[in-house]
Design a binder for this molecule. Structure first.
Ligand SMILES: *Cc1c(COP(=O)(O)O)cnc(C)c1O
Length: 408
């Protein structure tokens, strides 16, 4: 897939005359279309819900757009619950999937009427003590060393999330005995996964539990949330997930298990906003030692995925889209950390000072994972509207913001 940017050089330069780089741009139309595509693929499923993972792009303007498309919010902290509340999401449009949870967050989630998804068997007693048990509860499953020779799911036993099979069954029994009336089931064991079979196997594993809980305990699970984690093609040679095929395979399975009217949900973040966010930066310095370096005005503090995971993010040099990529550069920021690199030995066109660089697929887990190391300020965020105009949806931090918490 050829990676292009949705804005023209002229439009972007107009924005950059008014606002300093680095900055983030989100493409509203792209986000809407991806949300619509996911919802349409699952439209066969009664009341299918996408709970957008707020942590991926925690800006209420983005959440509002997704609410408008019919998505709910998957929240994992107090701040994320407050963002969902701010745009008018509540009740079962919010799912609260936290871990190691403070009592106050359960109290807030319960007050909002969110579906609380417990990470641990031990949390039942904690929730009961601090917030009281709600009418509906969901539980997060960790399948552990994979059962039934399922090789696709990886190594969940190394993940801190969720409860074991034995604990899960006991959780339904205990919660039901304590008066909980309605039940959900959840798992999330992969991230940035582009294999359709992975999600189908995850659904199968959860459908088996739904049956087991019905047959053994006589309890009906009404909602299965099979997580987020749908991957995106970060590299030009990567394939997109065939979301329609994924949904059809899950449909076939759902029908063969005769599960209707069981509701299904997902909680994708990256899939929805990842491809539609761009980090825009400018070349500040060029340097040549044992390698050639392009020094940007953005750093790993603006986008930590390359530095932290060695993640690939495609780079477009504005106005040089068709120039031959016949030079090799490390593209770096100004942090005093050698992993502050956006790209290592990347083939790029000949670079010059002040070139504008667009870093692709930064719409999820990008700005959100930003930090202030070395006193770097977090950047502004802009929304590109369907008419191609730009609206600021978060201002850039100032030195005053940075120093605001220092005590005299
Ligand atoms: C991070 C997370 C998500 C979203 O993951 P994506 O890779 O952005 O889809 C969904 N659910 C839970 C519980 C998560 O922790």
């Amino acid at each position: 897939m050829i990676k292009t940017v949705p804005f023209s050089k002229d439009e972007l330069e107009k924005l950059l005359r008014l606002h300093p780089t680095p900055l983030y741009i989100y493409d509203e139309q792209g986000i809407r279309q991806t949300a619509q595509r996911l919802l349409k693929a699952f439209s066969w499923s009664p009341e299918f819900k996408e709970y957008f993972a707020v942590k991926a792009t925690p800006n209420h303007h983005i959440l509002s757009i997704l609410k408008d498309e019919g998505c709910g919010a998957d929240c994992s902290s107090l701040a994320e619950l407050l963002l969902a509340e701010r745009i008018g999401l509540s009740k079962e449009d919010v799912m609260f999937t936290s871990n190691d949870t403070p009592a106050g967050e359960y109290i807030k989630a319960k007050a909002l009427g969110a579906i609380i998804n417990l990470d641990a068997f031990e949390d039942i007693a904690f929730l009961e003590e601090h917030a009281g048990l709600p009418e509906m509860l969901s539980f997060r499953y960790n399948p552990g060393p994979v059962r039934d020779g399922n090789v696709i799911i990886g190594k969940p036993e190394e993940a801190k999330f969720g409860m074991t099979h034995g604990q899960l069954i006991e959780a339904y029994r205990v919660a039901s005995a304590k008066g909980v009336k309605r039940f959900g089931l959840h798992t999330m064991v992969a991230s940035n996964e582009r294999q359709v079979e992975y999600f189908v196997e995850t659904a199968r594993m959860l459908f088996d539990i739904v049956r087991e809980v019905r047959d053994e305990l006589g309890i009906t699970i009404e909602l299965v949330n099979f997580g987020g984690g749908i991957g995106i093609p970060y590299r030009p040679e990567d394939k997109e997930v065939d979301i329609e095929a994924l949904a059809m395979s899950v449909k076939n399975l759902y029908e063969s298990y005769q599960l209707a009217p069981l509701k299904l949900a997902m909680e994708c973040g990256r899939y929805i906003t990842g491809p539609h966010g761009y980090l825009v930066s400018r070349v500040r310095h060029l340097k040549e030692t044992y390698r050639k370096y392009v020094g940007l005005d953005a750093t790993m503090a603006n986008l930590m995925r390359p530095g932290m995971y060695g993640a690939y993010h495609h780079i477009t040099v504005l106005g040089k889209e068709n120039a031959p990529t016949d030079e090799i550069y490390d593209v770096v920021g100004s942090l005093c950390e050698n992993n502050d690199k956006f790209a290592i030995e990347r083939k790029l066109p000949h670079m010059e000072l002040d070139d504008v660089i667009v870093i692709h697929d930064a719409g999820a887990h990008g700005h959100a994972m930003g930090f202030n190391y070395n006193g770097k300020l977090r950047s502004a965020e802009f929304l590109m509207k369907p008419d191609q105009s730009f609206t600021m949806i978060r201002r850039a931090e100032t030195m005053e913001d940075l120093f605001a918490t220092l005590v005299d």
